[in-house]
Design a binder for this molecule. Structure first.
Ligand code: HEC
Length: 165
């Protein structure tokens, strides 16, 4: 019964493969703490602190020292899309459902933040004061502002996202 044996062997191979794949999936490390809203708010707070640092260093003329803050923002930006799985809202979240309706825009805003932060980092690293200042002066508006734009009532921030406060 050759055919039977081949089928039998295939079934065993399939079983081993399946077990291996399940094993691999199980072995995946958990990304984040498991509370995605808290994780992204933590990341965003770090963005806020980093931007504050950038502005303070700009005023103090500490050009090269801006690089570490810009790099923090760039790396953070790369993580933004994964921290917004579809429909991940809670009463603690300030995110708007529109994020997932306009997901391509949201991702583009995160990519823009990453690219601009890398430019700022590189200018600061090269100690080019003029280039660093030119990028830093409008940085928040051109990057964070794509997701956090002040609205007429002074409280909410749009086009998609609620207040930073
Ligand atoms: C791609 C869109 C996007 C970009 C770009 C972005 N943010 Fe946010 N940010 C959000 C969203 C959405 C929330 C609300 C998250 C929640 O509460 O679930 C938020 C929340 C925040 C918060 C509040 C965190 C808290 O404690 O609740 C701060 C502060 C913040 N962002 C600062 C920044 C700064 C500074 C930048 C730029 C360096 C930035 N963000 C760039 C989308 C963005």
């Amino acid at each position: 019964m050759r055919v039977g044996r081949v089928i039998c062997r295939s079934a065993v191979t399939l079983g081993v493969l399946t077990a291996t794949i399940i094993g691999l999936v199980d072995a995946q490390p958990q990304i984040g703490t498991g509370d995605v809203v808290a994780d992204r708010q933590r990341l965003m707070k770090l963005n806020g602190a980093s931007l504050g640092d950038i502005n303070a260093k700009l005023k103090a003329g500490q050009i090269e020292a801006i690089a570490v803050n810009a790099e923090t923002i760039a790396l953070n930006a790369r993580h933004i899309p994964t921290l917004f799985p579809p429909g991940s809202l809670s009463d603690k979240s300030k995110a708007q459902p529109a994020i997932w309706e306009k997901w391509a825009d949201f991702q583009a805003n995160a990519r823009n933040l990453e690219a601009q932060a890398e430019k700022l980092r590189d200018a600061a690293r090269s100690k080019d004061a003029a280039a660093t200042e030119a990028l830093a002066i409008d940085f928040g508006k051109q990057t964070c502002g794509k997701c956090h734009t002040p609205q007429a009532d002074g409280k909410t921030f749009g086009p998609l996202f609620r207040s930073l406060m």
